[in-house]
Design a protein around this ligand. Sequence first.
Ligand code: SAM
Ligand code: SF4
Length: 478
Amino acid sequence: MREAARSASGAMSENRKVHIKSFGCQMNVYDARRMADTLARDGYAETASAKEADLIILNTCHIREKAVEKVYSELGRLRGMKADAESHDRKPIIAVAGCVAQAEGKEIIRRAPSVRVVVGPQNIHRISELVARANEGHAVVDTEFAVEDKFEQLAPPKHEITRARGISAFVTVQEGCDKFCTFCVVPYTRGSEASRPAARILAEAEGLIAQGVKEITLIGQNVNAYHGAGTDGRDWTLPKLVARLAEIPELKRIRYTTSHPRDMDDELLEAHRDIEKMMPFLHLPVQSGSDRILEEMNRKHTRADYLRIIERTRKARPDMAFSSDFIVGFPGETDRDFEDTLALVREVGYAQCFTFKYSPRPGTPAADLDAQIPEDVKSERLYRLQELIETQQHEFNLSCVGKELDVLFEKPGRHEGQIVGRSPYLQPVPVIAPKSIIGSVARVRINELRTYSLIGELAGNEPVAPAEYSSPEVNALA
Ligand code: SAM
Ligand code: SF4
């Protein structure tokens, strides 16, 4: 028998199913999870099948044009599915959340009338109420930036849900952006930069850790610009927050993403030097290797500034590996500018990168520049950049063979007796090990590289406790 649950609107509702499809960045993955947790209060259980769902949410990304088009084509597909469900006396609700919802608003309902809820990323805490109104037959659009703290109103995950999500979790610490890179929609869709108070982040992290989470990735559009109210009444920085989290014995690993070069300061580098639980892997987008393009992008840092940060980070933490984002074909980018980007990649030597063709976003300054680059030139540059980066990634992965790495074990692997974990650099590492190893860190001797996976064997018999982590060589900062 289906159990009844009380919804946010106060009405009793039967247990229902929600299917959430998330596009884009980790911030969206986090938002999707929190919407699912909040809807669980109203009796909605998550389902991987859109067909059997009573509520389908597309949690969208607006960063590139392709991402927006994907949403509309997905909505076309869902329209057919909804019509089919209605012929069987079911009335699934289709909702669009996230940055496309914020940017397009009512336009979504005009282009796709089967959509009943449009909710911007700052308003997702109102999802229950919006769905309740849609169930009453209204089409609702909620894209005004909310004044209340959405995080306080989103429900925490239930114990069994946290367990099912695994031992690694995201926690949003900062949202929005005031940097206004000329290509980027984030300041318009996510609003201005705001940091959550440290006490609330710590409470959320402690809740997750109490339920078995061993690795936390602090996320934000500019996570290293974090400056939230501390528990001591002072403003806390990201390194201060990380230091406090690192004191929790059950937490084994801390990561953060995405960082901006302008906010990589001495305190953060010192934290990398001193806090062993901080993983030696830094995603630090540079976008271009050309000073001229960096200026046009309004990045407010030069190529030399970026290279200096890389050098100083390596001094603080010699085993640090880097990742970055690159945009090719920004308006006015010449062959020479692009060669500067390739040269920067060669100079840094990345473990992995994300590469994008410039996509003009309506309302951003770069979209109005005259010197837009032809699509075939962008494609050719993207191909050359990806080729170089793939070579570097392969070399980096190969350099791990023959080494011993600490691996945090996550879940059973595809083969009998196999357990898969992640290296400090996020590479998957399958080994033969007992199931009881899940959730602990152990040293693994890496024997082989197979595509992107490092194949290894346990170096000792016993799982290594976090306190026995191998210390990185500690060098003084320059
Ligand atoms: N805040 C981060 C930073 O400053 O590097 C990045 C956030 S953004 C969500 C993720 C990446 O999307 C950017 O680093 C950039 O490479 C890419 N991106 C943003 N706008 C783009 C555009 N209009 N065209 C192509 N790529 C874009
Ligand atoms: Fe977008 Fe630039 Fe802000 Fe990053 S720093 S979110 S790229 S505006």
